[in-house]
Each structure stands twice: as structure tokens, then as C-alpha cells.
Design a protein around this ligand. Structure first.
Ligand SMILES: [Zn+2]
Length: 439
């Protein structure tokens, strides 16, 4: 059962916050029992997760959030159990399977999310702003937001970018694992057969970032190549964020963020900005080198076996969906022991220490990953993260920041920057208006 919000507020306001004397950037283990239980802290927070790939299931498998999880990580029941207040549903267009019709797939995924909200108005509402997230929380509904994962969705069109904003998309990851015409990805930056930009973003890529700033669409740097990361930070007038990325100092995935990058996100944005936020990814391969090495070791056999299976499906005339391919990956992932939950907590702790307690959050990647740490089987397990953080000395206040407070502040900053830019000029000349389009 959920407590009414007002009651929770009173509870938390009248009880002493036990660790207030700790400097926020360096939480220390406490020697006495906390006054508030992790459960109470979880219940009193607006919990926000900035990345779930559930729309693939909604669209391809007609998955409905009222159904049992059935292998997934997120439905209404698990969201309620974990007190998840807001989810950013990922609008991710697999680039190979959808070559030639990125915009169509993008629009269908957006529709799939909106249809869920329309079908279940008592449990879920579309949200487009920090205020909407707070309203959904008060009404005990899941706030559904959308982020596009991969700039290829805009098909090199600022008009499409604006259309997606109008339809409710509030962030865009500049690239997925594939480089596009204007930004480079960490996924193929070392592949000489792929065309890359000269300095991370082309002139058009910079125009994309400016237009996102002007619209109030958050600039997401998860997945991008390092040079694209730094170019985006320099270019963006608003703070930037990572919707689902972990720390490279702990796990050597090229898609994870170095300590320099963590600090750069924290300091991103204009002079009035309070900085960006790094939302930590739960994927076993991004939080554990042991898991990652085992996964890479089985790659030749796994890829050959999966390719043969896909070829067989195609020969049988079946359409191979992301869900089918993901199920194969899960079978292989299940052969590797899951990392302990403490590995995930280590990453959150590292980002909190390097970037600062005001610059860390949760970006689970639910329904987009073949393996997660022990104990994290669905959104219902989110309170375990809070409990583990409190056991390490994080105060209730710190936990609420990590669970959603930091992200809400960042979201507000991006919107404030947009207002400012819109007031400055409606018709800023594009770089690419003055120079011929070049890749
Ligand atoms: Zn991703």
C-alpha cells in the first residue's frame, strides 16, 4: 500500500535526518542505526529512472504493462512495488533492421508508449516536464516520458527533431552504438570502414545540439565516442547528461565514462547551470570487469550460434524482432554468474565521489540488457539500492537526490536554458545555413 504523499512528507520532515553532519561529497559509514528505514526513504522519494527499452516489447510483442513480467523488468506491479515514479521509455530504432525507415519506426515506438498511457489512465500518465512528474507522483501514477536513443532517428532533419519534441520526446542520445552522419559513437569509433566526423560533431551536429538546447530537449551523451562527448559539452548551452552510463575507472567498457568525463558532466552548461547528471547503468557488462571478460570470451561461439539461429528464422519466413534476438543473448548471459549488487553500488558511489553527490542518478537500462546484478530482477528491487546506499552511510537526503532529485534539478535547468535561448532569438542562423553541408 502506498502512503498519501502528505503523510510521508510529515513523517520525513519531523524525523531527524541522521547523517546531516557528513560532508555530502564524502559520505562516511555511520556508527548508529538510521532513524529512517530505507523503505521509508524509498517511499518518500520521487524515484526516476531515465532508461528502459520496454517500448520494443510494447510494439513488437504487444506487451501491456498490466501483464506479468514474463522475462521483462518493468510493468505496473513492479513499478508500484519499487515506488518508481517516472520512467523514461527509450525510443530506440535498431539501425540495421530498420534501415530506410528510421522515422517510421521512431513514430511507431512513440505511439506504443502513448497507447499504454491511453489504455491505463488510472495507472500511467504521459509527462513532459518536471511539474508533470510531480503531478503524477501526487496522483500515484507512473509518469511516462520519452527519450530517443540514437540521432539517426532524425534522418538529418531539424524539422523531424522538432516534430519529435512536439510529440513529447524530452531527451535524445546523440548516437546509439552506430555513428551517424553528424556524431560519432563509441560502438564503432575504431572501425575504419565507418565514416567518422573530424572533431566529434559536424557543423550540422552542432546545429542539432543548439536546436535541442532551444527546444528544451535534454542532450544525452551515453554511447557517444569520447571526442563527441567533449565536443557536445563544449557546444551545449544547457547542461548535458548521461541517461544510462557507468564508470570506466571501475569497468573498462568504452561506453562507460572516464573520471574526467564525470567531472565534465557535473560542470556542464552555462554560468547559471547547476551541472548535469550521470545516471548509472545496471548492466552486468558495464559494472563488472569479470562479467564483461566472460561475456567477451564467449563472443565468437555466441555470435556464430545466434547468427545461425537468425538465419534459420529468416529461412522459415519469420520476422526477427529485437525481443527474439534479446532472448538468445539472455540464454548466453545466463551461463555467466551475475555480479553482486555491491558492484552496482560501487559505480554509484564512484560517480558520487568523482562528479559529486548532486550529479548521480539511476539509468537502469531495464529491458535492454541481458543481465543485471544479483537481486535486481525488476523495478520492484529498486529499494535494495537505497538500502545498500544507506548501509554505506548515504543520508536519506543523499538517497533522495540519487533516486530522482538530481535529475529533476537538471531537467529544470535545461528548460530554463531553453526559455532564455527562445527569448534571445527566434531565428538564430544555423552554422549549416552559412556553410555547405559536410559530414
Ligand atoms: Zn543504450
Amino acid at each position: 500500500m502506498r502512503f498519501p504523499y502528505a503523510v510521508l512528507f510529515l513523517l520525513t520532515a519531523t524525523q531527524p535526518l541522521f547523517a546531516q553532519s557528513n560532508p555530502p561529497h564524502h559520505p562516511k559509514p555511520v556508527t548508529h542505526k538510521p532513524t529512517l528505514s530505507a523503505e521509508a526513504v524509498q517511499r518518500s522519494a520521487i524515484v526516476i529512472d531515465t532508461h528502459a527499452d520496454t517500448p520494443q516489447r510494447m510494439l513488437d510483442e504487444h506487451y501491456d504493462l498490466t501483464q506479468p513480467l514474463n522475462g521483462g523488468y518493468l510493468n505496473f506491479a513492479s513499478a508500484k512495488a519499487g515506488n518508481l515514479g517516472a520512467e523514461f521509455f527509450s525510443i530506440w530504432v535498431e539501425p540495421k533492421m530498420n534501415a530506410g525507415h528510421y522515422a517510421r519506426r521512431t513514430l511507431e515506438l512513440i505511439d506504443a508508449v502513448c497507447q499504454q498511457a491511453a489504455a491505463h489512465p488510472d495507472q500511467m500518465m504521459m509527462a513532459y516536464s518536471p511539474e508533470d512528474i510531480e503531478r503524477a507522483h501526487r496522483e500515484h501514477k507512473l509518469a511516462a516520458l520519452m527519450g530517443i536513443e540514437g540521432g539517426h532517428s532524425i534522418e538529418d532533419s531539424l524539422g523531424l527533431l522538432r516534430d519529435y519534441y512536439r510529440l513529447g520526446v524530452r531527451y535524445m542520445t546523440l548516437t546509439w552504438s552506430n555513428s551517424n552522419d553528424w556524431a560519432d559513437s563509441s560502438g564503432d569509433i575504431d572501425d575504419p570502414s565507418v565514416h567518422h566526423t573530424q572533431d566529434g560533431l559536424t557543423d550540422f551536429g552542432k546545429d542539432v545540439v543548439y536546436e535541442m538546447n532551444r527546444l528544451g530537449m535534454m542532450v544525452d551523451i551515453s554511447h557517444v565516442a569520447d571526442r563527441t562527448f567533449y565536443r557536445a559539452v563544449i557546444t551545449s548551452r544547457a547542461p548535458v547528461f548521461a541517461s544510462h552510463s557507468s564508470a570506466r575507472a571501475l569497468t573498462a567498457a568504452p561506453r562507460n565514462m572516464t573520471d574526467d568525463m564525470l567531472r565534465a558532466v557535473a560542470r556542464s552548461g552555462g554560468p547559471t547551470s547547476h551541472g548535469g547528471v550521470v545516471m548509472v547503468n545496471f548492466y552486468s557488462g558495464f559494472i563488472s570487469d569479470a562479467w564483461r571478460n566472460a561475456w567477451n570470451a564467449q563472443a565468437p561461439e555466441r555470435q556464430a550460434t545466434e547468427a545461425a539461429q537468425v538465419a534459420q528464422w529468416k529461412a522459415e519466413g519469420r520476422t526477427v524482432t529485437y525481443g527474439m534476438a534479446d532472448a538468445l543473448d539472455r540464454q548466453w548471459a545466463a551461463k555467466i554468474p551475475r555480479p553482486p549488487l555491491s558492484d552496482l553500488i560501487d559505480h554509484i558511489d564512484h560517480v558520487a565521489k568523482v562528479a559529486g553527490i548532486d550529479h548521480v542518478g539511476l539509468g537502469s537500462d531495464f529491458d535492454g540488457i541481458p543481465s543485471s546484478p544479483q537481486g535486481i530482477d525488476s523495478a520492484a528491487d529498486l529499494p535494495k539500492i537505497t538500502a545498500a546506499l544507506m548501509a554505506r552511510g548515504y543520508s536519506p537526503e543523499d538517497c533522495r537526490k540519487i533516486l530522482g532529485g538530481n535529475f529533476l534539478r537538471f531537467f529544470r535547468d535545461v528548460q530554463a536554458t531553453a526559455k532564455q535561448l527562445q527569448a534571445e532569438s527566434d531565428n538564430r542562423p544555423r552554422i549549416t545555413d552559412q556553410q555547405p553541408f559536410r559530414k
